[in-house]
Design a protein around this ligand. Structure first.
Ligand SMILES: C[S@@+](CC[C@H](N)C(=O)[O-])C[C@H]1O[C@@H](n2cnc3c(N)ncnc32)[C@H](O)[C@@H]1O
Length: 209
């Protein structure tokens, strides 16, 4: 096991995810989703939907597609959708780095705590921008490494350990944002050893795919 996405944490521990990681992430993710201006008929793609801890935060008048490569994580999300009779939610297996959707398909692309898990986060971001409609929104919550050289060096030192657990500590926010045809509307940071970001970006109107 070499890369974060190969960690078995997202398969073996899917049943316990909500009571461990989910508990830490859920309130903040709901708060950010509830701040978005959804309109009836909007199409939303959640990339790396996991066990679906966000699903009840979306209004029922939007259509949500949630993708994740882990069948075990998706099974937990599917159980929530079934129990709540959520006909507006569609769940499928998929890879953030090769999104199986045409260009300009969604009004919102959301992705929470997945950027530091995939092998190629820049490609993931490009794919999210590609499938977003011009003028649509890309919404990311993730921790990123501090750009400060000393903190970045420390993050690099602990990376071999966190990679085994299932995420990298080396990714900087500039690595994924620079060069994309997007305009940042929100980039809130809680700066500590690593930096926790809430990013809301609008795909430029002139950007095709
Ligand atoms: C830390 S969990 C976050 C799950 C969910 N977004 C949340 O906030 O609870 C990381 C998720 O990324 C998923 N993942 C791993 N590799 C991926 C990939 N290539 N494409 C999409 N999701 C991926 C994992 O299966 C897991 O569900």
């Amino acid at each position: 096991m070499g890369e974060p996405h190969e960690s078995r944490i997202y398969s073996d521990f899917a049943r316990f995810y909500d009571s461990v990681f989910g508990r830490v992430f859920v309130d903040h993710e709901h708060e950010v989703i509830e701040s978005l201006n959804f309109r009836p008929g909007h199409r939303v793609l959640e990339v790396g939907v996991g066990t679906g801890i966000t699903l009840d935060a979306y209004p029922p008048y939007v259509h949500i597609v949630g993708i994740d490569p882990s069948a075990d994580m998706l099974a937990q999300a599917a159980a929530k959708a079934r129990e709540n009779d959520w006909g507006h939610i569609e769940l499928r297996q998929g890879d953030a780095q090769n999104l199986d959707f045409p260009d300009n398909s969604f009004d919102f692309i959301t992705s929470f705590h997945v950027m530091t898990v995939v092998p190629d986060p820049v490609r993931k971001m490009k794919e999210m921008v590609r499938v977003c409609k011009p003028g649509g929104k890309i919404v990311v919550i993730n921790h990123f490494s501090s750009p400060h050289p000393v903190l970045y060096a420390l993050n690099t030192m602990i990376n071999p350990i966190t990679k085994h657990l299932g995420w990298t500590t080396r990714l900087r926010v500039s690595d994924v944002l620079n060069g994309q045809p997007i305009k940042l509307e929100r980039n809130d940071r809680v700066s500590t050893f690593s930096v926790h970001h809430v990013i809301v970006a609008r795909k430029e109107d002139s950007a095709g795919a």
